[in-house]
Design a protein around this ligand. Sequence first.
Ligand SMILES: [Zn+2]
Length: 300
Amino acid sequence: MNHVVAVDVGGTEIKSALVDCDFNVIATINAPTPKADVTGTQTVKAIAELVAQFSKQQTVNAIGLAVPGALDEPAGISRWSGNLQWNNLPIQKLLADAINIPVAFGHDVRTAAVAEMRNGAAKSARNAIFIPVGTGIAAALIIDGQIRSAEGFAGEIGHVNVNGKYPCVCGKTGCLEAASSTLAMSKAYEGLSGNASVTTEEIYKLVTAGDPVAQQVWDDATSAMARACEMLITILAPEIIVFGGGLSNAGETFLKPIRDYLDSSLTFQRKPKLKIAHYKSKAGTIGCAMLAFDLLKVGK
Ligand SMILES: [Zn+2]
């Protein structure tokens, strides 16, 4: 039985998982992401160490590597990542050369969408949008059965203007990401209550417990998301919109206000189903593993 390692290089952590061919996660190991590693050398070393640890347990046949930012996916190059400080870095080749195991390569959001499209909440749809809500917000666009990215530039819905009041990391004010990301919700809750570092998970629990401040934060975040969805629906006509990431556990508490807004605001547009990711926050891991197993199928 073949096994692969799924690796997700985030701004603060490298998350890795050993996955079998039935997409069961056998083991996970996280490591801190090396800081300001402009050559990628330390990151490659850290990933090689994670793979070596899994290899003690199981022969690893391929790697699925996901990174954030602007990518040239076919060429295996990270064009730009603000968090990782990478510029035109051939990270796929650097890793493959270092570990001598085949490496599949993709964008963190789009690899997660692969899992939802092939075997998850978007399986039945030829047109769908996958939106993981985390510290940032971006979307994977599934159009006519294919994930489309316009050379890696498309899907940055975190930076559409939803008439919000908060400044965004991109330099503008009013972006979706500054209103609805998990980070934005924590900041908004702090602004209204004075309590710092309250997580989205905790805010969600406070909402269900009837806390009025948490409810206000929740209403603002979901109504901004609903406005962004309205734009996406009008332009792309998805059959399904799938939400993933840190808000997956909120389920209907997150989906219902968005659905209610769309029910009252859409007129001629096709109304999509709203769903939570089947793989929840594990979609990225499973998608990476799927791409890694694709490499093993080639030539067989
Ligand atoms: Zn922005």
